[in-house]
Design a protein around this ligand. Structure first.
Ligand code: ARG
Length: 461
């Protein structure tokens, strides 16, 4: 053991030579895993207590360790030393504990391995982080709900293939972005649940030779159950994949919302105004008001998906048990959570400030949006839908040839194309009538949208 980097290492005994300088930076993970320090201390305190309960430590030793851990906590709370030579956060905590508690520090690692330790720390960190993400998502849901509540009256074009399709209430569009995020929140909760299985007590791979009470450890640390197989426990990162998948889906859903906002905020659509506080100008074009928030959010989607793919690729084909490759898992989860922390409050803020432009919605609504209603008119008079579809198609083409809107085409022309048309056909040409006709659950009628809002309120509360 010669190199400086190995002086504090936890495993020097069997080595004759020091670590090659080219290996040192590759081996280090402290810069990334230092944010686990509180969780590492939390796990260590519980472990010390479990060892005492198993009579591996006596009362004085336990006391010495707990007080030492408190002092380590006080030191780390002042900041992680920048010149710390330690390989990772576990080594750093153990070294500092040695400084603070003396020889007894050497007893804390009894029956424990960094393999079950790091798996435990990450789960502790992950459970907190996923709770936080859940709260942030609820914030976005509340903002979407509030926006929907003030969008019930307004009718806007609904699109398929980005072509005008049928009119919808603006609230209906807004809530169409609400439900995907409710599903994402379920996915986050599921990941949180999967994280809450305790690996501590699995040792390096084969379990713990001392009679520690793992149920006690689980209770102490807030896990809902204890892992069943030590070899699985030290390498199980499924919960993390669940979390990254949930993050990727949030990214995808928000990127679609972002895309709608970019389009709707353009002069060409002009349907809504993204608030000043979330827009930026151009360094060259003085008139510009860019919906950057929506683009930045859309741009994050690749990163979220990338983190998921990176983890899946990392896990694939690993031999049973812990492998050092797993050290790479941390930055993926950290990054997804950090980025969600940036993105979700910005989305919520944007939605709070978004204003519809009803006058522009009027201008955009093309009468052709009512072609389906016209076909339904005939259906109500007994005409088979396939025939009425064809008939209305002919009318649309006729109106186009004559350069006039459908509603202005004289009744005789309607009746030439199909005799079932009567004078009341003109009543089809009311936006309100169109959205109101879709009263089946999940549709655009006021009653259906109100029912949807009612359900959404319960989710966002
Ligand atoms: N820094 C390591 C990690 O993040 C801790 C576990 C190290 N275990 C080991 N056997 N080298 O995965």
């Amino acid at each position: 053991m010669t190199s400086k980097e190995q002086e504090g290492a936890l495993w020097g005994g069997r080595f004759k030579e020091g670590m090659d300088p080219a290996m040192v930076p590759l081996n280090l993970s402290l810069a990334e895993d230092q944010r686990l320090w509180r969780h590492d201390l939390q796990g260590s305190r519980a472990w010390a207590r479990a060892l005492a309960r198993a009579e591996v430590l006596d009362d004085d030793e336990l006391q010495g360790l707990l007080e030492g851990l408190d002092r380590v906590e006080a030191r780390l709370a002042r900041g992680i030393p920048e010149d710390a030579p330690d390989e990772d956060i576990h080594s750093l905590v153990e070294r500092l504990l040695g400084e603070e508690a003396g020889e007894v520090a050497g007893k804390l690692h009894t029956g424990r391995s960094r393999n079950d330790q790091v798996a435990t720390d990450m789960r502790l960190w992950g459970m907190e982080a996923l709770d936080q993400v859940e709260d942030r998502l609820t914030g976005v849901l509340q903002a979407l709900l509030a926006m929907a509540e003030r969008s019930v009256e307004l009718v806007i074009p609904g699109y398929t293939h980005l072509q005008q399709g049928q009119p919808v209430r603006a609230a209906h569009w807004t809530l169409s972005h609400f439900w995907p995020l409710v599903r994402d929140r379920d996915r986050i909760r599921q990941a949180r649940r999967a994280a809450a299985v305790l690996p501590l007590g699995s040792g390096a791979l084969a379990g713990c030779p001392f009679p520690v009470d793992r149920e006690y450890l689980a209770r102490e640390l807030g896990f809902r159950e204890v892992s069943d197989n030590s070899m699985d426990a030290v390498s199980d990162r499924d919960w993390m994949a669940d979390g990254l998948y949930a993050g990727a889906m949030i990214g995808i859903h928000l990127s679609r919302l972002g895309e709608d906002l970019v389009l709707f905020a353009s002069r060409e659509f002009g349907l809504l105004r993204v608030p000043d506080g979330f827009s930026t100008g151009s360094s060259l074009m003085p008139q510009k008001r860019n919906p950057d928030v929506a683009e930045l959010i859309r741009g994050k989607a690749g990163r979220f998906s990338g983190n998921l793919v990176a983890l899946l690729t990392l896990l694939k084909g690993l031999p049973t048990g812990y492998n050092r490759d797993l050290q790479e898992d941390k930055r993926l989860l950290f990054d997804t959570v950090d980025q969600l922390e940036l993105v979700l409050p910005a989305v919520a803020g944007t939605l709070k400030g978004c204003r519809w432009r009803p006058e522009r919605a009027r201008e955009l609504l093309s009468e052709e949006l009512l072609a389906t209603d016209l076909a339904d008119y005939l259906v109500r008079r007994g005409v088979p839908f396939r025939t009425s579809h064809e008939v209305v198609g002919r009318l649309v083409s006729l109106a186009e040839d004559e350069g006039m809107p459908l509603s202005r085409l004289p009744l005789e022309r309607y009746r030439e194309v199909h005799p079932a048309f009567e004078a009341d056909v003109k009543e089809v040409f009311r936006w309100e009538a169109s959205v109101e006709s879709r009263a089946a659950r999940g549709g655009t009628a006021r009653s259906a949208v109100e029912a949807q809002l009612e359900k959404a309120r319960r989710q966002a509360g």
